[in-house]
Design a binder for this molecule. Structure first.
Ligand code: PEP
Ligand code: CO
Length: 452
């Protein structure tokens, strides 16, 4: 492709650009990162692309979820295992409701870089003076503490982020390969935190049905079914820091093209999808499937422009459009985009992110999301696709397996006053395990009604 290299993006304007003061130190860190082995392989990347191609044909459903921002300090076995568990449980509910295999993609092992609405943050110090420092851009870039040292963009965090991603992925791979995800072990599907919930019985009924089917298949096959003893789990993160992405982008033996091997599915954020910007320049020539966030201001022309540059040959499985318009905007914003894509006969997978268009601040200044808005956007999105004969292909959620209080509403009826109890996110408010599972039940019910 014309004049592309893993670093050709540096000639373009990057929205959300990070200012590294010492260019030599940056070059050293990037060089060190580039010499380390990849986190994923091209085989896995191509495998995900083939599954996404089937999803685009309506044969699979995608579940993508995890933290808004992973923190290096949360690279912890319990946190990771609980997150994995809730994703597995949600996928079981979705398979059961939708009668289709679910492609599981975690926001994990690299979701360390965050776009910010302001490049700097100003605070009043106890002395009365005000101080302006760079915003916190995620653990891949700087640290959250409000001091000049912490907020300095540190190139060596690129390497530390990579290392933590590798540790996380190593644990996830072991868990998904060995007993943890084995459907034959129903205790792994147990959910302590659903005790006392109306959903508990519903979930148990789903598990019982799956187990009955499993016993049948085990008897039929004369032993445990290998395919049901492990699950496939793919990784994804926002490809925001192009120094990180490009350092790990390489050619591989016996295949054409360049692979970004930090993750299976990198995505382009709502704030960095300018056609003439650095991010599109980088993403236009990598072989990975690519997600693109599509917000309420996106026009049909914007979307067709992106498809033209990112997937000129309409390769199957390549593009996942993740709409995030807000519950109040999706009914007007989405139809023209679907119509344009249908008219142009382009292959895409439509996924709904019902989180990022529904963020608001409480009167006390705490970022939250209302569970009802999340559900309302999801349901409206499904209805719009349904009305247009377009396949609604998946959900993208910010969630954790931990019992946090960051989003209000849901069956627990969390109120704004409850938010302070356990509000730990490094960035946006996440659904807790119970709220996330509830969402999967509601989506599964709709999928069943839509004909499975
Ligand atoms: C995110 O997914 O955390 C995010 C920042 O999303 P968006 O680009 O859609 O705002
Ligand atoms: Co977020």
């Amino acid at each position: 492709m014309t004049d592309w290299s893993p670093n050709s993006w540096t000639t373009k304007r990057a929205a959300q650009d990070i200012l590294y003061e010492d260019r030599e130190e940056l070059a050293e860190a990037k060089d060190a990162l580039g010499r380390l082995p990849p986190l994923v392989t091209s085989f896995e990347v191509e495998r995900l692309k083939s599954l996404l191609a089937e999803a685009q044909e309506g044969k699979r459903f995608v579940l993508q979820g995890g933290d808004c921002a992973e923190a290096l300090l949360e690279c912890d076995s319990d946190v990771i295992a609980r997150k994995l568990k809730v994703l597995l449980q949600m996928s079981l509910v979705l398979v059961h409701g939708g009668h289709r295999p679910v492609v599981r993609i975690a926001r994990l092992a690299g979701q360390y870089a965050k776009p910010r609405s302001q490049p700097t943050e100003t605070r009043r110090l106890p002395s009365g003076e005000t101080l302006t420092l760079p915003s916190y851009f995620g653990d891949l870039i700087n640290k959250p503490e409000f001091t000049p040292e912490a907020r300095r963009a540190d190139p060596w965090l690129l390497v530390r982020g990579y290392q933590h991603a590798a540790l996380t992925l190593n644990f996830v791979r072991s868990l998904t390969e060995g007993g943890f995800a084995d459907l034959h072990h129903p205790e792994y599907w147990d959910l302590g935190y659903l005790n006392g919930s109306a959903r508990r019985a519903e979930y148990q009924a789903t598990v019982d049905e799956v187990l009955a089917a499993l016993r049948f298949m085990t008897a039929l096959g004369d032993g445990p079914v290998r395919e049901l003893q492990r699950v496939e789990m793919f990784t994804s993160h926002e490809g925001l820091n192009l120094h990180y992405e490009s350092a790990q982008t390489r050619r591989v033996p016996r295949r054409d093209g360049w692979y970004d091997l930090t993750t299976h599915l990198p995505w382009i954020g709502e704030r960095t999808r300018q056609l003439d910007g650095a991010h599109i320049e980088f993403f236009r020539n990598i072989e990975n499937p690519i997600g693109v966030k599509v917000g309420p201001t996106a026009s049909a022309g914007d979307v067709l422009g992106l498809l033209g540059v990112l997937n000129p040959h309409d390769e199957p499985g390549k593009i996942v459009l993740i709409t995030r318009m807000g519950a109040g905007k999706i009914r007007d914003g989405l139809p023209p985009l679907i119509d344009a894509v249908q008219k142009a006969k382009k292959r895409v997978l439509w996924v709904s992110d019902p989180m990022h268009g529904n963020t608001r601040k409480t009167d006390a200044g705490v970022k939250t999301r209302n569970y009802d808005d999340v559900l309302a956007e999801l349901e409206a999105c499904m209805a719009v696709h349904d009305a247009r004969g377009s396949y609604f292909g998946g959900v993208h959620l910010e969630l954790t397996g931990d019992d946090v209080t960051e989003c209000v509403g849901g069956e627990e009826r969390l109120r704004e006053a409850d938010l302070a109890q356990n509000y730990t996110t490094a960035c946006d408010p996440r659904l807790n395990g119970r709220q996330a599972l509830e969402v999967s039940f509601r989506v599964a019910q709709k999928l069943t009604r839509a004909g499975g």
